[in-house]
Ligand binder design. Structure first.
Ligand SMILES: Nc1ncnc2c1ncn2[C@@H]1O[C@H](COP(=O)(O)OP(=O)(O)OP(=O)(O)O)[C@@H](O)[C@H]1O
Ligand SMILES: [Mg+2]
Length: 229
């Protein structure tokens, strides 16, 4: 789980290369969206600890800073953490809305940035994997996507989480995060599973690339052809 102010934008002044890498990632997301429009984006990975949550939060912030209305949904039902990092209330979140037929508006929390709002996993997060298979979850995801320009969902790793594969089916676009210097085999397996549910990722974000000029920092590079792996 996340626990470092250094990697979250908007807290300490970030290293300029780090911020620049995120700006490039934002541009790539916009370019992908121009190519084939999408309103919802799932950020996932094959294995745990690849940097999904850091990337989900940072890219949500940067896209919102560009003036787009963003809703970040914490779809990691195994280790929900967005509310901790941004000091939001844990519930009600998306799982609570599934169980109670709550108005989707009631689960959207504001942040300091007008254009950025957050939906937490909720008090019933442990039931998330089952709720993701309920008819309520896609309806709520749809309702949330209609209330913003871009819904971005953080998630649990694909391998071992059927809930994430279900969430993938509810969004228009999926990207996979993989650490540089990591093992390729699980990434291949995750790509296959996503393909099997009809959600071939549009790209892979390679996290934690070391830059020789900035050894203490890492940055991101977006490769847009996962099929070549
Ligand atoms: N580029 C980076 N440079 C340095 N530290 C990083 C980087 N990306 C992620 N981290 C750190 O790695 C850890 C894992 O990141 P994060 O929680 O975003 O991964 P995750 O894929 O969401 O993990 P999980 O599968 O447990 O949800 C955190 O402590 C985070 O601060
Ligand atoms: Mg995470």
């Amino acid at each position: 789980m996340l626990r470092s102010n250094e990697v979250l934008l908007g807290q300490d002044p970030p290293h300029s290369n780090y911020l620049e890498a995120y700006r490039r990632l934002r541009t790539t997301v916009f370019a992908l969206r121009d190519e084939t429009p999408f309103r919802s984006l799932l950020i996932t990975s094959a294995a745990p600890n690849e940097g999904k949550s850091v990337i989900s939060m940072n890219i949500s912030l940067l896209i919102a800073q560009a003036g787009f209305r963003v809703i970040l949904v914490d779809g990691d039902f195994a280790h929900p953490g967005v509310h901790l990092e941004w000091e939001l209330r844990e519930a009600p979140g998306i799982t609570d809305a599934c169980l109670t037929n709550m108005d989707p508006e009631a689960i959207i929390q504001p942040t300091e940035l007008d254009t950025l709002r957050v939906v937490t996993a909720g008090a019933a997060a442990s039931r998330g994997p089952d709720l993701a298979s309920s008819p309520q979850m896609p309806a709520i995801m749809q309702a949330l996507a209609e209330r913003c320009d871009l819904l971005i969902a953080d998630s649990a790793p694909v391998l071992g989480s059927a809930g994430t594969l279900q969430l993938a089916r509810m969004v228009d676009c999926v990207v996979l995060v993989a650490r540089a210097r990591g093992n390729v085999a699980p990434v291949r397996r995750a790509l296959k599973l996503l393909k099997d549910v009809g959600r071939d990722p549009r790209g892979i974000i390679v996290n934690d690339i070391l830059d020789q000029d900035t050894p203490a920092h890492s940055y991101y590079y977006y490769g847009s052809n996962p099929k070549t792996l």
